[in-house]
Design a protein around this ligand. Structure first.
Ligand SMILES: [Zn+2]
Ligand SMILES: [Zn+2]
Ligand SMILES: [Zn+2]
Ligand SMILES: [Zn+2]
Length: 231
């Protein structure tokens, strides 16, 4: 397969070692073309390490604060802090406002009607009142809401749901929780039974919770990216 130099079009004899998808006639032309190619040449690759599971590894030296990956999360769950917080934006529940349909904490009308809440758990919670007070902790409910949002993808965005199921679920965590998920899983199955046309087996749910434990991370919702401390 004859390939041509991305810089001059001559017959190529070498490839970019990080991505293997662009060819060059010489080292000089590879250097000349780097300014253009570095914008599309992947900055990382995914490896399956023996003791650390799946992970990102840089394909070259990267400057501090380089954006390596920029994508929307599949689902966003409420803050797992011990304090009640708005189910949509995660603000602490200082106003004590409640959704007029499901009676769960939301900080404003805008958050009440946001699809993240209104099209997801709100429909389930308002179809038979479950309120957020409780025998259970807020952290428990935050997990429950997150689980519901992901499970509803099976009905609303099946392809996305399939992608979630392909995430790593088999890695043993340092402090493996086993008791918690069983309780939440059965509670969730009970709630999800209210959704017409959604069928989630208990094994599938248990797998989803392992996927959450491994792949979820918490962060602040910010309007503007913070500036890089390293400059
Ligand atoms: Zn060339
Ligand atoms: Zn490349
Ligand atoms: Zn809010
Ligand atoms: Zn609601």
């Amino acid at each position: 397969m004859a390939s041509v130099c991305a810089f001059c079009g001559a017959r190529a004899s070498r490839r970019c070692a990080s991505c293997n998808s662009v060819s060059y006639c010489s080292g000089e032309h590879q250097k000349e073309h780097w300014n253009v190619h570095q914008q599309t040449c992947p900055k990382f690759k995914i490896i399956h390490g023996s003791n650390l599971g799946k992970g990102f590894v840089a394909t070259r030296d990267l400057k501090a604060c380089t954006i390596v990956l920029d994508e929307e999360p599949v689902a966003v769950g409420p803050s797992e802090s011990p304090r009640l917080s708005c189910l949509t934006c995660g603000l602490a529940d200082e106003s004590s406002l409640r959704c007029t349909r499901c009676e769960w904490p939301v900080c404003s009308l805008k958050c009440e009607n946001h699809p993240m809440h209104a099209d997801n758990e709100c429909q389930i919670f308002s179809s038979g009142k479950i309120t957020s007070d409780p025998v259970f902790t807020w952290g428990y409910f935050a997990k429950l809401v997150m689980g519901i949002r992901v499970c509803l993808l099976k009905k609303n965005e099946p392809q996305m749901f399939q992608q979630v199921l392909e995430l790593c679920s088999e890695f043993s965590l340092p402090n493996d929780e086993t008791a918690g998920p069983i309780e939440i899983c059965s509670h969730m199955r009970e709630l999800l039974a209210r959704v017409q046309g959604l069928n989630i087996a208990s094994q599938e749910l248990a797998k989803l919770f392992r996927i959450f434990q491994i792949n979820c991370f918490s962060g602040l919702i910010e309007e503007e990216p913070t500036s890089c401390p390293a400059g």
